[in-house]
Design a protein. Structure first.
Lengths: 330, 372
């Protein structure tokens, strides 16, 4: 197991190297990058002393963009392995600082969402599988299909229209209610933030339960039709135990793989949802940094996500072995 | 017309094995059991027809004996087994176990009844849950049904495993670590641990190679002697059935066509289908002249079986009456039941001939009408 993990981590390092190189290249060659925009801005300022081209040359030197893609990448890599990711161009702060300021908002959002996703989707999937082709199965199928197909911006607009505009239960955007937030006690402040999390949580939960529910249903169906479930019934095990201890246990493998893969989603933030609800989470930060071509922050964020994805996959494989005695990792 | 044939047949077979369930010697009594699987149209889910997997089967198994059930694949052998166990629900008929109607049990009663009547499935690979260790597979239901006290539990499971040729250290292993023969031993131990009166063996050796088959069959026989078990042994291997069974039933397309003691049946098969089937048993003697009866055509679809006797399309002895009426499953000789018009009593023959004549007239009338 240890040998296997080390081997996988080495592979991950190689994959990470190339993934980051591709991302760096894309950011570097992107037209209208941060430096160009800044040069234009400075050159068109009233009282500008240098032309745009001169500014560009200056700034390129200043930001280290004059050394070409390959050597630029290695410069980034050298400091990155020392965990020094440089300063964000957009926020003029260390990338890690921007990250630590914002990640917990996203993390909280995603943990809550994942919790709801699991407690809704898995029982629903099990139920649908038990009543295959029954009314509740069709209902769950249609419901999950709607959930999967719904674009988040559309769902958000819909939710805002109903709950914020018509019913006036929640604010349209923001993390806090600026009119009253400062006057509240600590617990009141917490409740205020929690209230602003309701709609984002609903949005992401609705969008994500469909997939998990379908996975659960499909895998349950496969397991329920197997011979050993018939054996369990024939030996007189109560139906509840047949479903949960025999069938669900075998379904867990696949679910673990999916949930292990979604480890990354706990930290990656939700770009559209955070942007539209004005949550200052990591998703929003990554969106804003990418839009202005903030190479250090984007690189840092995507390196983090890539690493997490690779670790999530490794974790899923290790859990797989723990859940299935037939799997021996080598 | 179809109604008439079914009525004529059902009325007759209802008397067969009448009150057999009241005899305490009879452990399992099956009366006119039917199991139809509806064929649904794809769009409106309307039932457009039935696959008559089991179409009126009756037999009795005495305590401590083994009944073999043979027939081509797809003839409904396994469906009978599963319906008796109530793993699937019946369409019609009665099943008595120890004088108790199995289909009248409530859900809770059925669960309490489960340990008495156990099953060994054909495929020992897929019938064991891959993620549960062997000790737990065998012991789970034992604990669930409080067969032994918790203090004795470990010893009990070990004893059962040893009786089935498994060792105690196998308990913590998982099913995938065993060979096919050992897995079937696990399945047998699992069934045996519940202290059943009756074990349904649904082709328990078909998935195993021949040397292992013999081991498993002998194990089943030894266990029968030791624990006084009753078996229903489903198989398509006639030599295995002859070896293990006290009585044998032969099935064709959802019907039991012949049922008798093994010796009687093998020495003197009455039904033309049984005769054809037995003529196909290979004899390990190169000089033996096999007198095989070759059946023409293939087994008809159970969704749309032929009218009258279902075997008449392939039967050498086919008569006029066979095309119209289902034969009765009757006691032709003492303890030898056969469903064939060849063995009708003169009185019954006259009765049926009259019915056939009537049906023919109706048919002609209809044909004339359609011509006009």
């Amino acid at each position: 197991m240890l040998k296997y993990s080390i081997k996988r981590l080495l592979y991950s390092a190689i994959i990470l190297f190339f993934v980051m190189f591709i991302i760096y290249t894309l950011m570097y060659v992107m037209p209208g990058n941060y430096v160009q925009t800044k040069a234009m801005e400075l050159a068109t300022k009233p009282g500008a002393t240098k032309s745009a081209d001169e500014w560009l040359a200056d700034l390129n030197r200043q930001y280290g963009m004059d050394q070409g893609i390959i050597s630029g990448y290695f410069t980034w890599l050298k400091s990155a392995v020392k965990l020094d990711f440089g300063d964000s161009w957009k926020w003029n702060k260390a990338c890690t600082q921007v990250f630590s300021e914002r990640i917990w908002y996203s993390f909280a959002l995603n943990v809550i969402t994942m919790f709801f996703q699991i407690i809704i989707a898995i029982p629903l999937g099990i139920h649908a599988a038990r009543k295959q082709y029954g009314f509740s199965d069709y209902f769950a199928t249609v419901f999950s299909m709607v959930c999967i197909s719904m674009p988040s911006f559309f769902l958000i607009t819909l939710l805002k229209l109903i709950f914020a505009v018509k019913l006036k239960w929640f604010d349209l955007t923001g993390m806090i209610d600026p009119r009253i937030h400062d006057s509240l006690s600590d617990f009141g402040k917490f409740l205020d933030v929690a209230k602003h999390y309701v709609l984002p949580v609903i949005t992401i939960t609705i969008i994500s339960i469909g997939g998990l529910m379908r996975y659960t249903r499909t895998n349950m169906l496969e397991v329920l039709s197997s011979d050993y479930i018939r054996t369990a019934r024939a030996k007189g095990v109560p139906e509840r135990k047949v479903i949960y201890s025999h069938a669900f246990r075998n379904t867990l493998i696949t679910l673990i793989t999916i949930l292990g893969g979604s480890l990354v989603s706990l930290f990656s933030g939700a770009i559209i949802t955070e942007q539209l609800f004005g949550l200052t989470g990591i998703g929003q930060a990554s969106y804003q940094s990418m839009v202005v071509g903030d190479i250090p922050f984007t690189m840092f964020y995507l390196a983090f996500i890539s690493l997490l994805t690779l670790l999530g996959n490794l974790l899923a494989d290790l859990l797989y072995a723990a859940a299935d005695p037939r799997v021996r990792l080598a | 017309m179809a109604d008439k044939t079914i009525q004529a047949h059902d009325a007759y077979s209802a008397d067969l094995f009448k009150d057999a369930e009241k005899n305490p010697e009879n452990l399992l009594v099956v009366k006119n059991l039917k199991k139809y699987f509806p064929i649904k149209s794809s769009f409106f889910k309307m039932t457009v027809g039935n696959v008559k997997a089991v179409d009126g089967v009756s037999f009795v198994i005495k305590k401590g004996t083994t009944m073999g059930l043979v027939g081509e694949s797809g003839c409904g052998k396994s469906t009978i087994g599963r319906t008796i166990l109530r793993l699937i629900e019946k369409t019609e008929g009665e099943v008595f176990f120890n004088g108790e109607d199995v289909f009248k049990l409530s859900k809770a009663e059925l669960r309490a009844h489960r340990p008495n009547i156990q099953i060994i499935f054909q495929d020992p690979y897929s019938s064991l849950s891959p993620r549960i260790p062997v000790g737990e597979i065998i012991g789970e239901a034992v604990r669930e049904h409080h067969i032994v006290s918790p203090a004795e539990f470990d010893d009990y499971i070990t004893r059962v495993m040893e009786a089935c040729g498994l060792a105690e250290y196998h308990k913590d292993r998982y099913p995938h670590e065993f060979s096919g023969g050992q897995r079937q031993r696990i399945c047998i131990a699992r069934a045996l641990a519940l202290n059943p009166d009756f074990i349904l063996c649904d082709e328990p050796v078909s998935a195993l190679d021949v040397s292992i088959q013999a081991q498993i069959i002998n194990l089943l026989r030894d266990l029968q002697k030791e624990f006084g078990l009753t078996y229903l042994f489903i198989s398509h291997d006639l030599s295995v059935v002859e070896h293990i069974s006290d009585t044998v039933g032969v099935m064709y397309l959802g019907n039991l066509v012949e049922y008798a003691e093994t010796d009687k049946l093998f020495s003197k098969p009455l039904h033309p289908y049984t005769q054809a089937l037995f003529s196909a048993i290979p004899v390990p003697d190169p000089d033996y002249k096999m007198n095989r009866i070759i059946l023409e055509g293939s087994i008809p679809s159970p969704a749309n079986p032929p009218s009258g006797c279902k075997f008449h399309t392939r039967c050498r002895e086919c008569m006029e009456v066979c095309k119209y009426l289902n034969p009765d499953f009757a006691e032709v000789e003492p303890e030898h039941y056969c469903a064939c018009h060849l063995y009708n009593s003169p009185a019954r023959k006259a009765e049926l001939d009259k019915l056939v004549a009537e049906m023919k007239r109706e048919e002609e009338k209809k044909a004339e009408e359609s011509k006009k």
